[in-house]
Design a protein around this ligand. Structure first.
Ligand code: PLP
Length: 395
């Protein structure tokens, strides 16, 4: 596994790289890099609009990614976006503007990433929409009583599947069924869950699901919005331009009826080809056993950190992700991260684009170690050893 990731051979400040920043972005296996190189070397052309061989190859490569996503996540419609952020903004503009009116309510949670808060705040301001935030409780769960109460008259519920700060997996089955019973649509932010589990979009029952390729061994700059057929028909084009139209005259335009309607302009061709290679590569992974293995590492690491006097912000229940957010009682997080980097460890610090959550936890940031398929227990042990040495010397 590790040999397939060229970057893992790198030395950082003279030490073996231990990459523990996977919730931010994951590393790319050679097959993904090769697929993108091959496209640029042998098949580079624009998609859809020409009959020549290269254009055909580029089009097939681009559309193959959509087909793989449809199969893997069981979705009738897959709109290719630049990532989770664009996918959520697309829902706000393409669905929100056409289906919400002044006074309507949208339910969010305090656990959302900024990309699932800011677009709704912008829309709320523009359209005079009410935003209702479901609080996060002391035990890091959502307050489901307040959630249920907030559904009264709500048109849309936006919820993060797995928190990028806490690794907490929200009870999305319950959230979706309660929302549906009150007639609200559901947008699932699957940026942190799609990389770790097979999600059957149709069975889950959400209306929208957003995620990014770069968090699942694919390239940056590409992601997807899964949409049900019913909701797809309620969406109006957001960006206008080439590829999304059927006809254009000086009097007006008509639009494509499929996903292209929401993919104006030259799309992310090399990225789609790279992502498709990543999706194929992931088919070899046993998601369930990997999830168990990584969660065990996260549980072990959390115990070690607690015994070193750290506060760990996470609970690591069976469905939670292998994300370990922690704070030292006195030592500055950035200093700690710099000292770890000097020894080859890549961790993230700061607010992780989830400031409302951190406000609720009464902290301004955490140090976060997040694990993916290529991480090992030995790396976690080395992390603990180096961290102890750092604390002995500097804390
Ligand atoms: N939602 C969650 C839960 C995330 O963790 C992230 C990225 O960290 C995003 C949304 C935004 O993803 P992107 O920056 O790829 O659009």
């Amino acid at each position: 596994m590790r040999e397939q990731f060229p970057i893992l051979q790198r030395k950082i400040n003279g030490h073996d790289l231990v990459y523990l920043d996977n919730a931010a972005t994951t590393q790319k296996p050679q097959v993904v890099i090769d697929a993108m190189n091959d496209y640029y070397t042998n098949s580079n052309a624009n998609v859809h609009r020409a009959v020549h061989t290269l254009a055909g190859e580029a089009t097939d490569g681009y559309e193959a990614c959509r087909e793989s996503l449809k199969k893997m996540y069981n979705s009738d419609k897959v709109i290719i976006t630049s990532g989770t952020t664009e996918a959520i903004n697309l829902v706000a503009h393409a669905w929100g503007k056409a289906n919400l009116s002044a006074g309507d309510a949208v339910v969010l949670t305090e656990m959302e990433h900024h990309s699932d808060i800011v677009p709704w705040q912008m829309l709320a301001k523009e359209m005079n929409i009410e935003l209702r935030y479901v609080p996060v409780q002391q035990d890091l769960t959502l307050d489901m009583e307040i959630f249920e109460a907030s559904l009264d008259g709500a048109k849309l519920v936006c919820v993060v599947h797995i928190s990028n700060v806490l690794g907490v997996c929200n009870p999305v089955d319950e959230i979706i069924s309660l929302s549906k019973s009150k007639g609200a649509k559901v947008l699932l932010d699957a940026a942190q869950s799609a990389p770790h589990q097979y999600i059957d979009f149709k069975s889950l029952g959400a209306d929208f699901m957003a995620f990014s390729a770069h968090k699942m061994c694919g390239p940056t700059g590409i992601g997807a919005l899964l949409v049900t057929n019913d909701v797809f028909d309620e969406m109006q084009p957001f960006m206008g331009g080439g590829d999304m139209i059927e006809t254009v005259s000086i009097h007006g335009s008509t639009f494509q009826s499929n996903e292209h309607k929401f993919e104006a302009g030259t799309p992310k061709i090399a990225e789609a080809i790279g992502w498709n290679a990543a999706l194929k590569w992931m088919q070899e992974i046993d998601f369930k056993s990997e999830h168990k293995r990584l969660l065990e590492i996260a549980r072990w690491l959390s115990e070690q950190l607690r015994s070193m006097g750290m506060t760990v912000y996470g609970r690591h229940d069976d469905n939670d992700a292998a994300v370990v957010s922690f704070l030292h009682p006195t030592m500055n997080s950035e200093d700690l991260a710099h000292l770890l980097d000097a020894r080859g460890f890549a961790v993230r610090t700061g607010h992780h684009c989830a400031q409302p959550l951190l406000e609720r936890l009464k902290i301004s940031g955490t140090v976060r170690a997040s694990f993916y398929f290529y991480n090992t227990r030995e790396e976690a042990e080395a992390f603990v050893k180096q961290l102890s040495e750092i604390l002995e010397r500097f804390a």
